[in-house]
Design a protein around this ligand. Structure first.
Ligand code: PRP
Ligand code: ZN
Ligand code: MG
Length: 210
């Protein structure tokens, strides 16, 4: 039987909890070191260690059968995947923030301003639904330093503890979406029985935690 593949984040906020969840499912495998694929010795499964941003597409395209990723990344990539289970970790929100000394205090005041983000798709929808015209500056990381450098008036980024905003002299003032890690799959997987068995293991780990 061809092994299933599950894609998880290689490094970052969701990596450790994703590995922990799979280990708690009774799966034996080596954590990511340099190989991007780790076989599971006691279940027909391979773990793929990827950048989180690529996970939804890998699942949509059938390269991976399952994936663990933040809802924010799924919304941003606009893929067709099936939400199988919320996982209860990686909770965060996508927020708009400005410098502590900024005069901007309401959504309406963003009109005509520039906002730096790595989430242009979600931000664009949010601004449209609030009738705000702002200039979205898409960058691929370190968004928090953008206002200080004069690159933008505001940012839109994920906030978890709030530590990153704080240490960069920023204050949040609008919530765009909240997010947590979810297990995703796709309709019509070749290995439906194995997929179901894995989902059940995940669900019983979550139930035991309640
Ligand atoms: C997010 C975000 C901030 C940080 C905020 O990055 O871009 O850098 O987390 O967390 P805090 O509020 O606890 O300080 P993430 O870990 O999602 O990594 P990525 O942007 O590289 O995918
Ligand atoms: Zn990322
Ligand atoms: Mg980041």
């Amino acid at each position: 039987m061809k092994p299933l593949k599950i894609a998880i984040q290689k490094s970052g906020r969701l990596n450790e909890k994703s590995v922990e969840l799979l280990k708690n499912c009774g799966l034996n495998f080596e954590n990511y070191k340099s190989s991007l694929i780790s076989p599971v010795s006691n279940f027909p499964l391979e773990i793929l260690f990827l950048r989180d941003d690529d996970i939804p597409e890998y699942v949509q395209d059938g390269i991976a059968d399952l994936g663990i990723v933040g809802e924010n990344v799924i919304q941003e990539t606009e893929v067709e995947v099936t939400y199988l289970q919320k996982l209860g970790f990686g909770k965060c929100s996508l927020k708009i923030a400005v410098q502590n000394n900024s005069s901007i205090e309401s959504l309406a005041e963003l009109d005509g301003k520039s906002i730096a983000t790595t989430y242009p798709v979600i931000l664009d929808k949010f601004l449209k639904s609030n009738n705000i015209q702002a200039d979205i500056r898409t960058i691929s990381g370190s968004v928090e330093i953008s206002p200080g450098l004069g690159l933008s008036d505001a940012i839109c980024d994920l906030v978890s503890t709030g530590g990153t905003l704080k240490s960069n002299g920023l204050k949040p003032f609008a919530d765009v979406m909240s997010s947590e890690a979810v297990l995703i799959g796709r309709k019509g997987s070749e290995n439906e029985d194995l997929v179901q068995e894995l989902i059940q293991r995940v669900q019983s780990v979550l139930r035991a935690k309640e």
